[in-house]
Design a protein around this ligand. Structure first.
Ligand code: GLU
Ligand code: ZN
Length: 436
């Protein structure tokens, strides 16, 4: 069982999408279930509607899932698990105040050592719990740190060993009785029977904590982990919220298409591809998660542009037409003529739109354009481009530059572009609308 567990706290970025794609892919390859868990327990950071947006993005990429769960639905289960751990003496109640903990953190910082919980409350008897509640004394629940190293094998990073001190006696239930991320995540993975976890390497230090939680709760199913290397921006820095490029929404706005984005994300840090341009269903046949590079990958928008163009070339003409509001496959063919100079849907649109917009009869060629417009209006049903050309040449008496420049402006609204002979057959059924 695999899962994608996004937090509805911000824009879905390419790093998240990459995680979703990998989880989906591995689920398909292993013929296992793939579930979505919206991690919405951080009420202060949740953004209304983000969950729906995430689901819509997954749908655009055809990352089909078996079920969806909102983590908050499991709140009572999380709390019950925490109580069970308290009762079993595996967790304890901590009443250290914010100030105390802050002071300890400061002193660790001053001594240049990593902060660890002091262990002060580790012996607080659970019998004191009732008294704390009665007297309204705030407390959190901490898990006792493990008494042995937590060792796991990561498919990409190799063996990871974490000492008990690094795991530390960390908080699992906050003072408001809500679970922390690590606790909710581990409980839910356990409840759903997730046994293959793929996520970003920013979670490397969470994994031993989650393993410790699952161990203490008695979860026996062995879990495989794969932590994907981070994606760097073009300055070789970790992508941050400031990099607009990271958001999937931004990529869509720029006119990148899902097939190309998925292709690009699968290529990042992977050099065993049998071919560079492929679709996700194709990749299912040969992609091996464990062959992905250990080191960070760099986001290269030019490469994405190249891949996008290749996918647009492969797109069915009719489907491409519909992106520009036409049902007729000729407009898809027309758009493809522009793929020499355009790589995205929006760039193509900036070429197609002027063709169908009213022309500007101004400047150097205005007069010739008027002449041609009239000739076309009188006899719009001309067959081939050669026939069309000769007809206008004959009627207007125009030749050479005097003929071709205004004709191109009249038909395309632009001074340059693909051969008119290639364009004409695709637009001739719209000629009256276009040449005006
Ligand atoms: N909700 C976490 C995040 O968006 C992911 C949790 C996980 O994959 O374990 O970073
Ligand atoms: Zn304490």
């Amino acid at each position: 069982m695999l899962r994608f567990a996004p937090s509805p706290t911000g824009e879905m970025h390419i790093g998240n999408l990459r995680v979703a794609i990998f989880n989906y892919m591995v689920a398909k390859q292993r013929h296992e279930r793939f579930i979505i868990r919206i991690e919405d327990t951080d009420k202060a950071r949740n953004i209304v509607g983000k969950d729906t947006e995430i689901m819509q993005i997954l749908e655009k990429f055809a990352l089909t899932h078996d079920s969806v769960l909102h983590q908050s639905e499991n709140l009572h289960i999380h709390q019950n698990f925490a109580i069970r751990l308290l009762e079993e003496g595996k967790a304890f109640v901590c009443t250290c105040t914010h100030e105390e903990l802050e002071a300890e953190r400061e002193s660790a910082k001053a001594q240049k050592v990593a902060y660890r919980y002091s262990g002060k409350c580790i012996d607080v008897d659970k019998k004191e719990l009732a008294a704390l509640k009665e007297n309204n004394i705030p407390f959190v629940v901490r898990l006792k740190k493990p008494d042995h190293d937590i060792i796991y094998h990561d498919l990409i990073k190799g063996d990871i060993v974490t000492s008990p001190n690094e795991v530390d006696s960390f908080v699992i239930l906050r003072a408001d009785a809500t679970p922390t991320y690590n606790f909710a995540c581990a409980c839910d993975d356990m409840l759903s029977g997730v046994d293959f976890i793929i996520r970003g390497e920013d979670h490397l230090s969470n994994t031993p904590k989650q393993i410790h939680i699952k161990n203490l709760l008695g979860y026996e199913i062995e879990t495989t982990y794969a932590h994907l290397p981070i994606i760097l921006n073009d300055e070789d820095k970790k992508m941050s919220k400031r990099d607009a490029v990271i958001s999937v929404k931004w990529l869509f706005e720029q006119g990148f298409i899902p097939d190309a984005i998925a292709n690009y994300l699968l290529l990042l840090g992977y050099n065993k591809v049998p071919k560079e341009i492929f679709t996700l269903p194709e990749a299912l046949e040969w992609y091996r998660l464990e062959d992905i590079s250990k080191s960070a990958a760099r986001f290269d928008i030019d490469k994405l542009r190249f891949i996008n163009r290749e996918h647009l070339k492969m797109m069915d003409d009719k489907t491409l037409s519909t992106l520009f509001g036409f049902a007729d496959e000729d407009i898809g063919k027309l758009a493809k003529l522009y793929l020499e100079e355009a790589s995205t849907i929006s760039e193509l649109e900036s070429k197609i739109k002027p063709i169908f917009s009213p022309k500007k009869f101004e400047g150097e060629w205005a007069e010739q354009m008027r002449t041609m417009e009239k000739i076309i209006a009188e006899a719009p049903m001309i067959g081939t481009f050669d026939e069309f050309k000769s007809h206008i040449m004959e009627k207007s008496g125009l030749k050479g530059e005097n003929f071709f420049k205004p004709l191109r402006l009249l038909l395309t609204g632009a001074e340059h572009g693909p051969e008119l002979g290639d364009i004409y057959p695709l637009i001739k059924s719209y000629i009256l609308e276009i040449a005006s």
